[in-house]
Design a protein around this ligand. Sequence first.
Ligand SMILES: Cc1cc2nc3c(=O)[nH]c(=O)nc-3n(C[C@H](O)[C@H](O)[C@H](O)COP(=O)(O)OP(=O)(O)OC[C@H]3O[C@@H](n4cnc5c(N)ncnc54)[C@H](O)[C@@H]3O)c2cc1C
Length: 468
Amino acid sequence: MDADVVVVGAGPVGLLLAAELALAGVRPIVLERLDEPSHQPKARGIGPLAAEALRRRGLGPDLDREHADGLRKLEREHGTTRAHFAWIHKIDADAADPGRRGALIGQPALEALLRRRLDELGVKVLFGHAVTGLKNESAQVTLTVESAAGSREVVTGYAVGCDGGRSTVRKLGEFDFPGTPPSMTVRFARGHVEGALPAPGRLPKGTLQYGDGMVATYDFEDTFDRSAPLDADDMRASVRRVTGVDVEISDFAGGLRFTDQARQAATYRRGRTLLAGDAAHVHSPSGGQGLNLGLMDAMNLGWKLAAAVRGDDRLLDSYTAERHPVGAAVLRNTRAQSALLAPGPQVDALRDVFSDLMDLPEVNRYLSRLISGVTIRYDLPYATTHPMAGLACPPLIVDGVPLEELTTSGRPLLLHPEAKAIGDDRVDAVVAHDLGDDRLAAVLLRPDGVIAGAGLDDDLRSAIKAWF
Ligand SMILES: Cc1cc2nc3c(=O)[nH]c(=O)nc-3n(C[C@H](O)[C@H](O)[C@H](O)COP(=O)(O)OP(=O)(O)OC[C@H]3O[C@@H](n4cnc5c(N)ncnc54)[C@H](O)[C@@H]3O)c2cc1C
């Protein structure tokens, strides 16, 4: 065996998964096809669940620094710091659950942060290493890896495809990937448009945005050729389709093109091969949920996979069971957003109605919870009496100490007035009298921050046995 686990892809999800594995005592190999880190802008922030997860690993101060800067940029570009649903910028992030905070951090900055963390944990990322073959066998996975040094086979106990929306691991691993085809293509390019254009906004055949050295289209009459690059001609043709106007694009400096195709792997595990992040689910970036979703896949999988490497794989199937419904819910709401972005007077009218509804506090709270996922609850495999069991734990102040200072080791944590009598060597047992939240007198936390049991009435010994 060359490695216990090979993580394929050093995007944010692969990097976080590798860090969680290392924290749990497994030394993974991370293989990345690119020769160096990507600087594509993509996501500009993470929701409260992922931000809380990173804070619990000591990354809070880094997130805070980036967040202040991100807020200024957001306000400048959108005139508001409110989140959006189908680009209707009215969602109050605090409405979901006051005190739950996301973090505005650009994807390249987040990846750099995670690479630094991996460095500290002693895990190397091998850039310039592309996985091109995979054999999923009963006792191991054999990968073919191409690099400047040539082609070689790498044998591993488990392989995890964190290799993005066009995942090679997903295809080679023969995962079904059902879903819906694109209804639109979004193009975002840097450059200056010159021509008699209509004002930016919704138009009869799509949406046009431009100014400040950028141009973007939401094009509903297009199925583009993925093998052809986004160039000035492709951008011009799309502007023509959306506006009917011929333009010139000067100083074209590249950009991004993506669709609202929504697909999800039918299972996230086939034997010893697993998927996480965009490799497991693709959808439109509307509402900015993909990164959050993928990072929480990594948090969910890390400690379970580490247990499997140590010889007990009984938790591994709970990864699909817990994460697949969460991904399906995100696909569903991004499809709803695509419907609200389609052109035409009927949708214009629907958007007006929807916008008015968003002014109602109940609706605003509903959407804020939908986008942030803070009310996601996992079914636990034992009886619990507490209404918060199965939820992600909110940030607590435990007898005056922030929870995030007690969770950096990534170990299961028991906070209870009689923790020493209940806990054993499988958990960090901390005697705690005041958790700073009236709803919680005691809590058993999984490494991914999920409340495995809570309150003084829950049978926490059974919960410890079930998970750890
Ligand atoms: C324009 C845009 C805006 C977005 N905005 C947001 C937002 O605001 N909020 C949000 O949450 N999400 C947003 N997203 C989505 C977010 O960017 C993705 O969900 C995120 O990048 C997924 O991370 P990942 O690690 O799963 O995959 P990726 O970031 O795609 O990383 C996959 C990595 O695997 C590597 N790889 C691929 N194939 C191989 C191979 N065969 N061998 C080795 N390595 C391989 C790739 O080079 C890449 O580095 C946005 C996306 C786009 C396009």
